[in-house]
Design a protein around this ligand. Structure first.
Ligand code: ADP
Ligand code: MG
Length: 372
């Protein structure tokens, strides 16, 4: 079974979409894994994911399916994990990741992050063999700066959200630690989400706003376990990434510096796509080559993406026909890894998936073409 789980989530229509476009939506759900998507030209595509969360889905459903198995693997066996939200700005990435109002989220609307913290400690407390554990958290976001000489040199910087003066964190690799960020602030997380709220309260609103739609935001948990059996300390890493908006640059009307920034975001997102692709179906002509080094984003995730690590990707979309072109590109980003619809994916996917699609699909419908 693949260690990569890919899900799609559609948020409810927002008031702008309803006002401008009524309740026209671009999806027709078939079941919990499959739906038909209608594009701008009225063409139908059928998509199949490990799980589809439709408009009425609850935060708890997303956590249980997507994150809980990763949390358990991490807490019990120190197996690294990564949970990623992907999609255009406004599609529900931060809502899925953090929930509604990060400081007041103790109800149903709690997102993955607070649930992961609670889940981690619940698991850690329930495993008898573990005698001691510590959980540390680092929060970083990508900061875009353009350095133009003859060429565009370097534009993705990494900033410490706990100490904003550290705005150019370097990625290092150690024999014991694996990949790490040199000098990043690591805060001890105690047993509840409340503790994490305090960290957030130390950040001003403006600082949080800096982690805007043009930044990737990563929450890095380091979990150290000491087992009763041999007193060896095992370390697991769990990274939650709320990615920058994936919308196309041309459409946003960006110019100059903003345009260059947006291009870099798109570059790091496609580097991530290539890594996930290589992990699930391999890189054509380059067996076992996973292109982690192509961006800082993939480099940070290197040892919690691939190998025995567990990865979950949540593709967030608007269901409105107004946004169908961006939603289609988000779904394709995930679908080429999740299902056997594209030619390169077909041969590695089990026939059950493909036949499950064929059973449900009207023969006239076309399949999405592979992403270039
Ligand atoms: P993104 O982080 O992808 O830019 P947000 O998560 O900020 O988008 O979502 C945009 C708006 O839509 C926010 O006001 C958010 O509360 C709302 N929203 C997103 N997903 C849902 C959902 N599943 N249920 C209810 N509201 C949602
Ligand atoms: Mg967001």
């Amino acid at each position: 079974m693949s260690n990569v789980t890919v899900c799609a989530r559609f948020r409810p229509l927002n008031s702008k979409e309803k006002r401008d476009n009524g309740d026209k939506i671009c999806i027709r759900n078939l079941d919990s894994e499959t739906f038909v998507f209608k594009d701008e030209k009225d063409e139908d595509f059928t998509f199949c994911f490990d799980r589809v969360f439709y408009q009425e889905s609850q935060q708890a459903d997303v956590y249980e399916f997507l994150a809980l198995p990763i949390v358990q693997a991490d807490a019990v066996n120190a197996i690294n994990g990564t949970i990623i939200t992907y999609g255009q700005t406004g599609a529900g990435k931060t809502y899925s990741m953090e929930g509604l109002g990060i400081l007041e989220c103790d109800g149903e609307q709690k997102g993955l992050l607070p649930r992961v913290v609670d889940g981690l400690f619940e698991c850690l407390r329930s495993v008898d063999e573990i005698t001691k554990y510590t959980v540390k958290l680092s929060m970083i976001f990508s900061l875009l700066r353009v350095k133009v000489l003859q060429y565009l040199l370097e534009i993705l910087f990494l900033r410490d959200l706990f100490d904003l003066s550290k705005d150019n964190l370097q990625i290092k690799e150690g024999k014991l630690q694996g990949i790490f960020l040199y000098g990043v602030t690591e805060s001890l997380v105690s047993s509840t989400w409340i503790n994490l709220q305090i960290f957030h309260e130390t950040l001003t609103y403006t600082e949080m706003n800096m982690a805007s739609s043009r930044s990737h935001c990563a929450y890095i948990f380091t979990i150290q376990l000491e087992t009763a059996k041999d007193r060896r300390v095992k370390t697991g890493k769990l990274i939650l990434v709320d990615l920058a908006g994936s919308e196309k640059v041309e459409k946003s009307g960006a110019e100059g510096r903003v345009l260059e920034e947006a291009k870099t975001i798109n570059k790091s997102l496609s580097a991530l796509g290539n890594v996930i692709n290589a992990l699930t179906i391999g890189t054509p002509g380059k067996a076992n080559h996973i292109p982690y080094r192509d961006s800082k984003l993939t480099r940070i995730l290197q040892d919690s993406l691939g190998g025995s690590s567990r990865t979950a990707l949540l593709c967030c979309c608007s269901p409105s026909t107004l946004n169908s072109s961006e939603s289609l590109s988000t779904l394709r980003f995930g679908a080429r890894h999740a299902i056997g619809l594209t030619s390169e994916a077909k041969h590695i996917r089990t026939s059950t998936r493909v036949s499950c699609i064929e059973d449900k699909v009207d023969k006239k419908q076309t399949m999405p073409s592979p992403i270039k």
